[in-house]
Design a protein around this ligand. Sequence first.
Ligand code: CP3
Length: 344
Amino acid sequence: MDSSYRFIDACWGKPVDKTPIWIMRQAGRYLKEYREVRQKVTFLQLCKTPELAAEVTLQPIDILGVDAAILFSDILVPIEAMGMQLEFGDKGPELYPPIRYESQIDDLTVPDPEDTVPYVMNTIRLLRKELVSRKVPLIGFSGAPFTLASYMVEGGTSRNFINLKTMMYEAPALAHKLLDKIADMVIKYLNAQIAAGAQAVQIFDTWGGILDAYDYEQFAFRYTQKVIEGLNRENVPVILFVKGGGSLLEKIKTAGSDVIGLDWMTRLSDARQRLGADVAIQGNMDPTLLFAPIPEIRKRAKMIIEENAGRPGHIFNLGHGILPPTNFEHAKALVEAVHEFSAQ
Ligand code: CP3
């Protein structure tokens, strides 16, 4: 049976009237409505206040007309619940103290999300009510174990991941112990989101693509696959986005997601050919193309739709998050162009 949502139908590879589109980081600083809410509270307070998190989640639905809502939160929020200190400063996120020793891994907990991050599930429950009249489904999400481990071991964003890689090469058992514990957390966290009402879930592996093929399999893939196997995914499509994963697509497919997120460094038509017809694809416009004039944005949107060549199972998205200086009129023009050029 069709779900009555073009986004969900496309995830299952079913035909749709128009290509659905949503935009990674679609609630954020490029929207003045977001900045107004954000002025009054810190980023973490925003994540922890269901009424406000729901409000900013709905902004891109009402302003841009995208086909799915994504829960407003951050991949690092459940790490705080595992026992680390989390702060978002001017330089981005900071996690303290960075995980370097076995005793620190032993001290991390795999908590019940309803006890430790109830605001996430409360935001989802609130959103499901708000979304009925808007006829748009809700996406929940988590970071992939490898990406989360990178923040935990580096203590924040990193360029070369020297601390994490040192642990992987010098003390692999420690890295595996940490990744396995994170995977257990992610399974509970996503299942709690699904139980609360998330209608699809996306796993963000922002840093999986920095690994060579061997390390990807050992330290990233294995744990993402474990997560996907642990999900209560009946009727809930699972999207796996590995930024920089172009050379690993065949491997990534075997992790078992329903949809594969694609960045802009791989051509959509090539990805389609390599992956076959039994998995849907999400992507893949370069986020900086939104700084082009609107006619160029429209032309490039049409090119991506043409690369998909009418195959069912395409969800339009950017290849990574929308950038804060983006003009929202340009994002709106993209949404309109995708709907216009793909209309059956
Ligand atoms: O997509 C959405 O609109 C939902 C909300 C969402 C946020 N972060 C909000 C956010 C999602 C899905 C994320 C995921 C996330 N967070 C990822 C994976 C996706 C990706 O972009 O690679 C990662 C790696 C993070 C970690 C993170 N959060 C960093 C590195 C930063 C600082 C850099 C930055 O963009 O500011 C954040 C902060 C963050 N997360 C903001 C938002 C809206 C900005 C905070 C603010 O308002 O000051």
